[in-house]
Each structure stands twice: as C-alpha cells, then as structure tokens.
Design a binder for this molecule. Structure first.
Ligand SMILES: Nc1nc2c(ncn2[C@H]2C[C@H](O)[C@@H](COP(=O)(O)O)O2)c(=O)[nH]1
Ligand SMILES: [Mn+2]
Length: 216
C-alpha cells in the first residue's frame, strides 16, 4: 500500500503519495520519467523564502553542478562519476521537495525520507534495473560523503549555491549573506576553494562599486 513519508516534526510539509507499482515495467518506467518533471518545476526553497523573482529550479542547480564537474582539472577525480553524481544528488527532492535548513528537519530524518523516495523510484518504478542500481550507488556514495568524488560534489553543491546567491544579489538587489556563511567556509577542495575566493572578491568589488555609484 502506498504511504507518504511520515510528516516530520516542525513546519508542515505535504508530500505526494508514493507511487504504487503496476508491475508493468513500461508503465512503471514512465512514472519515473514523469516524476523527473518535478525537478524542472520545483523552485529551490532558499530563494523562494527570500522572495527572489523567478527562482531557479532543483534541476537548474544540479545542471550547473554537472558542468562545474566538467571544468575541474583535478587528475585524481573521476569526472564522469562526478557529473552523474551531481545530476542525481538531489533526485529524491522530486518526492520530498527541497528541504532547507530553516525547516528544522534533522539530517537523519531528511536522509530517511529521501531514502524512502529513492526506493520508490528505483525499486517500484525502475524495478532495480542495472541503471537503477547505478543511480542508487551514486546517491549513497554522495550521502556517505567519504570518497574524493563525493566530497568534491558536495563542495560543488556549496559553491553553486554561493554563485547563485551572488547572482541574485547582483541582479535583484537581494541580501543573502546567510547563504555564503553556510557554504563557503565549508569548502575543502583546493580548486573549488579558489573559485570561491574569486567569487567572494568579485562580490566585494561589486558591493564597493554599488556603494560608490550610490554616493556619486
Ligand atoms: N534560507 C536559507 N536557505 C538555505 C541556506 N543554506 C541552504 N539553503 C537552502 C538552499 C536550498 O534551497 C536548500 C538546500 O539545498 P541542497 O542543495 O542542500 O538540497 O536549502 C541558508 O543559509 N539560508
Ligand atoms: Mn544540492
């Protein structure tokens, strides 16, 4: 019987019911194909909270992370794995939505809800196919955060958000300091640290330029 993820404590969130498999692999695979649309349409919570006009979607975020993986020149990283990991790391959000820190959902509960969603996608919709097992392995590796690729992609998650925050500050005059505070200091990969340093210097010069423009 389908069940929706148990409602976590804290602010109420509602979830669509989990998919009930038909047993017809074609129909069940189509259900997966259609649920992916939610990644294209669901806006990222942090920007919605800050009333950013026309905010990015979950897939927008993952797409830039995939391309950021491709511009890394770290010879120790399996770039193809990083690209695929970036593209599936927030896949569960098609079911549980984009959970932001301010919602007060514990890491353990967030992981439980997301694991339930991933099981619904990969077992009930994709029937544990080899492709489903590959997606599951990539997602678990990211969640465990132990391999070089998982740590690098998590740093891209942080850096991509900081990049988007700086673009929203510049384009919409938003003030998004918490997004930088919660991401940039945690970046560990040397190359991504360099990108973040350049981004913050650019942000500072833009703010100074804005201040001097407003006083001239
Ligand atoms: N209001 C805030 N929201 C934040 C902050 N840091 C992250 N977030 C948002 C951004 C995303 O919508 C979501 C998590 O994104 P994942 O890529 O980790 O799923 O939480 C913040 O400091 N303030
Ligand atoms: Mn993410």
């Amino acid at each position: 019987m389908a069940s929706t993820p148990s409602q976590p404590s804290g602010p109420t969130r509602t979830y669509p019911p989990l998919y009930v498999p038909t047993g017809d692999s074609g129909k069940d695979k189509l259900a997966f194909i259609h649920i992916l649309e939610r990644l294209k349409t669901q806006k990222r919570t942090g920007w919605v909270d800050n009333k950013i006009p026309n905010p990015e979607s979950i897939s927008d975020h993952m797409y830039r992370m995939a391309l950021l993986s491709m511009i890394s020149d770290d010879p120790n990283l399996d770039v193809s794995k990083c690209v695929m990991m970036a593209l599936v790391h927030d896949l569960a959000e098609a079911q549980v939505g984009d959970i932001a820190p301010r919602e007060g959902i514990s890491k353990a509960e967030k992981h439980r809800m997301e694991a339930e969603a991933m099981h619904n996608f990969l077992h009930d919709m994709l029937h544990d196919s080899p492709a489903a097992q590959r997606i599951n392995a990539l997602w678990l590796e990211y969640e465990e955060g132990k391999t070089a690729e998982a740590k690098f992609v998590k740093d891209l998650d942080r850096f991509e958000m900081a990049s988007q925050a700086s673009e929203y500050e510049r384009n919409h005059g938003a003030s998004l300091q918490p997004f930088f505070d919660s991401s940039v200091p945690k970046i560990q990969h040397p190359q991504v640290q360099g990108w973040a340093k350049d981004l913050m210097e650019e942000r500072t010069s833009f703010k100074h330029q804005g201040n001097s423009d407003s006083t001239s």
